[in-house]
Design a protein around this ligand. Structure first.
Ligand code: NAD
Length: 360
């Protein structure tokens, strides 16, 4: 099988980490009998330098015509980069918002996984970590409070601001289906997080999720209030498999979940639309402070590429192999600088990519 992949290296460490992900993908292709054709696209600062804007319509069209998009990261140092002298709509980050919107990427997935070998980086106590944790935060990305009507005004000399939190049943249904589909590929448990004791939008959320659950009898569904979920994430993170939630709750909880893993260079992410199409990128930024030094950790991008194999290309075996190779490299004691600990062997970005590719 042959697949078309749009590749957006982006800025800062983006090109270095994407190169390593491609190395690993190609190795997985050799082993599992598929091939990937890459089309390199410009976005963020790299696009501003050539086109004067962070994302062109031609780039969007090319991304749309691919099977999936693999991205590094975009943006520069806001204090020193000329990109940040431009008006906000022309800065690198505007490209990211535009591509998410144009591609209708309503489902954001952020795994939070604790590797045995990196337990020392986890800020939680050993008795809480227990046997570790492996969860997927599934956040609705294009609705809710961030996209509702808002205004700031003055009433009787008092300043007031209003934001509105709106969801319709279709928006909830499509993300819920995605959540259950993903749970079917994992440990078959969904924790739907809401604030149904207070919010109407949460009560609708809960009832639609329950309706969707009927089509997935193998999946266990539980509901949890968002305040409780924030506590449970640091009290007993091992209880979670898929956390399914709306936009703002997901924004906050996904950051909390990723923090408890302790290492930003390891965290992958995916944003999906209604088809199998998705955009895959590390959770971290473009790290301009370490760009071009061959010291960045490429693992978050490599794991994002594994998610691409699993969710957009249905190549589960190859995805498993990439994830296993990452685990094996850590077991063998190799670390990039950001996750280095005593007794391990420090390697650069390129070497880390080589070591992972060799283990597939
Ligand atoms: P950052 O994630 O780029 O860096 C934070 C710190 O983590 C830095 O010290 C950096 O060196 C380190 N770090 C990040 N990724 C690493 C890796 N793979 N290996 C080793 N160390 C790593 O966050 P920031 O400094 O706040 O932002 C830098 C730029 O990235 C900004 O322009 C920001 O807007 C952009 N950004 C882009 C995205 C994206 O493309 N989706 C996301 C977040 C930030």
């Amino acid at each position: 099988m042959n697949y078309k992949i749009a590749l957006i290296p982006g800025d800062g460490i983006g090109p270095e980490i994407v190169k390593e992900a491609v190395k690993v993908l190609d190795r997985a292709g050799e082993k599992f009998g598929f091939s990937l054709d890459y089309t390199k696209l410009l976005m963020g600062g790299a696009s501003i330098d050539v086109h004067g804007i962070p994302l062109t319509d031609e780039t969007v069209a090319l991304a749309k015509s691919s099977d999936a998009v693999l991205m590094g990261s975009i943006g520069g140092d806001a204090k020193t980069s000329p990109w940040y002298q431009l008006e906000p709509s022309k800065r690198p980050e505007a490209g990211l918002l535009k591509i998410r919107k144009e591609l209708n990427l309503f489902a954001n997935l952020r795994p939070a996984y604790l590797y045995d070998e990196l337990k020392a980086a986890c800020p939680l106590r050993d008795e809480i970590i227990g046997n570790g944790f492996d969860m997927m935060i599934m956040r609705e990305l294009t609705g809710g409070l961030y996209f509702g009507e808002r205004k700031t005004f003055e009433e009787n000399g008092i300043k007031k601001a209003i934001d509105t939190l709106t969801y319709d049943e279709n928006e909830i249904r499509r993300i819920a289906k995605r959540g259950f589909d993903i749970a079917m590929k994992r440990r078959k448990k969904v924790t739907s997080v809401d604030k149904a004791n207070v919010l109407d939008s949460s009560r609708l959320w809960r009832s639609v999720v329950e309706e969707v659950a009927k089509d997935y009898p193998e999946v266990t569904l539980e509901h949890m209030l968002v305040d409780n979920c924030a506590m449970q994430l640091v009290k007993d993170p091992g209880q979670f498999d898929v956390i399914l939630t709306e936009n703002m709750f997901g924004d906050i909880l996904s950051d909390e979940a990723s923090m408890v893993t302790g290492s930003i260079g390891m965290l992958s992410s995916a944003s999906l639309n209604e088809t199998k199409f998705g955009l895959y990128e590390p959770s971290h930024g473009s790290a301009p402070d370490i760009a071009g030094k061959d010291i960045a950790n490429p693992i978050a991008t490599i794991l994002s590429a594994a998610m691409m194999l699993r969710f957009s290309l249905d190549l589960d075996q190859a995805a498993d192999a990439v994830e296993q190779a990452v685990k094996q490299v850590l077991k063998d004691g190799y670390r990039t600088g950001d996750i280095m600990s005593e007794g391990c062997i420090q390697v650069g970005c390129t070497k880390m990519g080589d070591l992972i590719a060799e283990r597939i």
